[in-house]
Write a protein that binds this ligand. Structure first.
Ligand SMILES: Cc1ncc(COP(=O)(O)O)c(C=O)c1O
Ligand code: FES
Length: 400
């Protein structure tokens, strides 16, 4: 049976058209863009076009607002470290409890080694940001705010445009980790107060190992990687030419497919989600209702271990994850679901199903066929579930 891939928030398949666009840049057009001879010439032109393609997806005012990086993690690191250098006299960072480790690991390190004060803003049961706490945390000491656009585990969207306005009002820079949002939701940076934005190629059917940091014109930037004059001196090192070309092609395709993602993919996701909730008892939908990425479903099965559900789904030919790529395999419950205060009975039972434009109705049917039986079988072996049934039974009896 054809395997079903529902782990697109971990990574996506590089679109065949993207691979096609990249291939010549490994062979006939292998030149270095910095060279003045003919081998480099064609490369320079192609890079310019790719930059324009990414600019269009971001709605950026200028193409030189884009700095290519090795991916989302590097872009996040570059943004935070730059802000601390340029925002003299300010030594506080405001971010959230549900950020990706690319942010959380770095800010924890900065707190420990540089005495930077980090405000971690929490979320409610649906993953919505505590806006009062956010407003209170902002001050003239805030160097940078970093709030993700879309959460990788639940797909919940944060109101980054409004948050950026608030940050601007206290003179803080605003960065957003938009790794999961770019290509899935409409973005028009020129009409926002967002100063910096991180993205990653492999989350939007582009190649791995390429990403970008958008830095709004006029915002001071200190390079993370110093070297040659590439990227206007803001990121040294020979350009990842095939990667940049691939990211441009992926951006172009993402723009073309954006409407489809919002309608067809969302309809598939909704059918999948509703189908599971109807067929399986004691399930919780994690995330903010409609205010979510159109492709992401995060569902917790009470009294079960998500890893066990996942393992059995894998055997049925369905690839998904328990929440996040990097923490899968560990027995620690997700920091995102913990921050959302999920009931203890559900904390370990989460399953993330993340779709893309490559999924079909048949993929959804496959999950809906396999999953209820898996959950029933696992619950029949779960002491916690059996104890709960007993307890419920007693509760029912006491009401008669
Ligand atoms: C929200 C978020 N930020 C950052 C990253 C890291 O991106 P990359 O794998 O390109 O370093 C990811 C990928 O897992 C992510 O989901
Ligand atoms: S995706 Fe969250 S831990 Fe890596």
């Amino acid at each position: 049976m054809r395997p079903v891939y529902l782990d697109n928030n971990a990574t996506t398949r590089t679109d065949p058209a993207v691979v096609e666009a990249m291939l010549p840049f490994f062979s006939e057009h292998f030149g270095n863009a910095s060279s003045t001879h003919a081998f480099g010439e064609h490369v320079g032109e192609a890079l310019k076009k790719a930059r324009k393609q990414l600019q269009a997806l971001l709605g950026a005012a200028f193409d030189h607002e884009i700095i290519y990086t090795s991916g989302g993690t590097e872009a996040d690191n570059a943004a935070i470290l730059s802000a601390l250098e340029t925002q003299e006299g300010r030594d506080e960072i405001v971010t959230t409890t549900v950020e990706h480790p690319a942010i959380l690991t770095l800010v924890a390190h900065l707190e420990k080694t540089r005495g930077i004060k980090v405000h971690l803003i929490g979320v409610d049961r649906h993953g919505r940001l505590d806006l009062d706490a956010y407003a209170k945390a902002l001050s003239p000491k805030t160097a940078l705010v970093s709030v993700m656009w879309a959460n990788n585990e639940t797909g919940t969207l944060f109101p980054v445009a409004e948050l950026a306005e608030q940050a601007k009002a206290v003179g803080a820079l605003f960065h957003t980790d938009a790794v999961q949002a770019v290509g899935k939701v409409a973005i028009d940076l020129k009409s926002t107060a967002i100063d910096m934005l991180s993205l990653s190629g492999h989350k939007l059917h582009g190649p791995k190992g390429i990403g970008a940091l958008y830095v709004k014109k006029g915002v001071k930037f200190r390079p993370l990687i110093r070297g040659g004059h590439q990227e206007r001196g803001r990121r040294g090192g020979t350009e990842n030419v095939p990667g940049i070309i691939g990211l441009g092609a992926a951006a172009d395709l993402a723009l073309q497919h954006m409407e489809e993602e919002r309608t067809r993919v969302k309809a598939l996701r909704d059918r999948l989600e509703q189908g599971i909730l109807q067929r399986v008892s004691n399930t919780l939908l994690n995330g903010d209702g409609d205010n979510r990425l159109p492709n992401t479903a995060n569902i917790a099965f009470e009294y079960l271990d998500g890893e066990a559900v996942l393992h059995n789904l894998n055997k049925a030919g369905v690839a998904a994850s328990t929440g996040s790529a990097c923490t899968s395999g560990s027995t620690e419950p997700s920091h995102v679901l913990r921050a959302m205060n999920l009931p203890a009975t559900a904390l370990h039972g989460a399953l993330r199903l993340s779709l893309s434009r490559e999924n079909t109705g048949e993929d959804v049917d496959r999950v809906l066929e396999a999953l209820p039986e898996i959950v029933t079988r696992l619950r029949a072996m779960s002491p916690a579930w059996l104890a709960r049934e007993g307890a419920d039974g007693a509760a029912v009896a006491s009401h008669v």
